[in-house]
Design a protein around this ligand. Structure first.
Ligand SMILES: Nc1nc2c(ncn2[C@@H]2O[C@H](COP(=O)(O)OP(=O)(O)OP(=O)(O)O)[C@@H](O)[C@H]2O)c(=O)[nH]1
Ligand SMILES: [Mg+2]
Length: 310
């Protein structure tokens, strides 16, 4: 080839865009984000309302970059924090180039919530790819019933997957590729997330609280990394664990500090796996009265807060 000849241009342009996962609590949105990205980025528990903030996970290959947005489960807001969750979910919806409503055939929606989801998605000007999850657990009849109802949500056929086993995930990725706009990549190809490490660390402590404590405790607790010091043999991390009442603080600490020690041990193991380094984890349990009802505290938690009280 003559040295001045321009090198051949690639024949196919890349595709890239944002894919927003939505659905009611506990349908498996976060499990699916992790399956789609191949990374454990979003915390998963068997209890509803685990995800509070948008979680972004990026998947890049030669031809495409998909930026997945996990959202808090859709619910009827009862108080300020729920309204903040819903605002967070709506913002992620309006950022989506493709919307992925996740349906749970094991626990199908009632008529009211079906209508809510239909109305929410009908307003959006972008393609909708319905996903029927948990096919490893649901009966064929239940899966078929969800696939059938999903016709109300989109002209595109529903995809059947198990976020847990990975069944159907490659086919879903192929469908998503087909719906993405042509675009250059938004992030460097080796980037898998956009949140700071501190966010994931505090989420791993919160996930462990969901697993170890019952009733209202996980819902009354938020975690914040106060200090993160690299260097030395171990990374020193202080996490403040805020609860609403001193009785809750007592439960988290436990008799002779036994409960908080166990929480610290289990959280530390997860954080060490995530960071790949040894960690000294220092948990401080603090009372922040009625934080769920205070705008300033919700903002500090990183949630968008509704302007008005209505
Ligand atoms: N059997 C089965 N269980 C699943 C599947 N996907 C998720 N789960 C389980 O469903 C529960 C809820 O999963 P999450 O991923 O936390 O659900 P979510 O929709 O993110 O829930 P919120 O954050 O509360 O809105 C967990 O116990 C998961 O292990 C699946 O494909 N099959
Ligand atoms: Mg979730």
């Amino acid at each position: 080839m003559h040295p001045d000849t321009p090198s051949p241009r690639p024949t196919t342009a890349t595709r890239a865009g944002f894919v927003t996962l939505v659905g009611v609590p506990n349908v498996g949105k976060s499990t699916l984000l992790n399956a789609l990205t191949g990374e454990r980025l979003s915390i998963v528990t068997e209890r509803p309302q685990t995800t509070w903030r948008r979680v972004t996970g990026i998947r890049t290959d030669e031809r495409s970059q998909m930026i997945f947005l996990d959202t808090p489960g859709l619910l009827e807001p009862r108080d300020l924090i729920h309204r903040a969750f819903m605002l967070e979910a709506r913002r992620a919806l309006s950022d989506g180039d493709v919307i992925l409503p996740v349906l749970d055939p094991v626990d199908p929606l009632d008529r009211v919530r079906r209508t809510m989801l239909e109305e929410l998605l009908a307003q959006l000007p972008v393609p909708v790819v319905p996903v029927v999850n948990k096919v490893d657990r649901a009966t064929r009849e239940r899966v078929d019933a969800e696939v059938d109802w999903a016709k109300e949500l989109s002209e595109l056929p529903a995809r059947e997957v198990s976020a847990l086993t990975g069944e159907g995930v490659p086919e879903l990725l192929e469908t998503l590729y087909g719906q993405l706009p042509e675009s250059p990549f938004f992030y460097p190809a080796d980037e898998i997330a956009v949140s700071p490490v501190r966010f994931f660390v505090s989420e791993l402590v919160r996930e462990t609280i969901f697993e170890d404590f019952h009733q209202e405790i996980p819902y009354a607790t938020f975690c914040e990394v106060e200090e993160f010091r690299d260097g030395g043999r171990r990374t020193y991390i202080q996490v403040n664990v805020y609860v609403e009442r001193s009785s809750q603080k007592g439960i988290l600490i436990g008799e002779k500090g036994q409960a908080v020690r166990e929480l610290g041990r289990r959280s530390r193991e997860k954080i060490e796996e995530f960071l790949g380094t040894p960690v000294y984890l220092d948990l401080w349990v603090k009372v922040l009265p009625r934080w769920r009802k205070k705008r300033g505290e919700l903002r500090r938690l990183g949630l968008p807060v509704p302007e008005h009280d209505d």
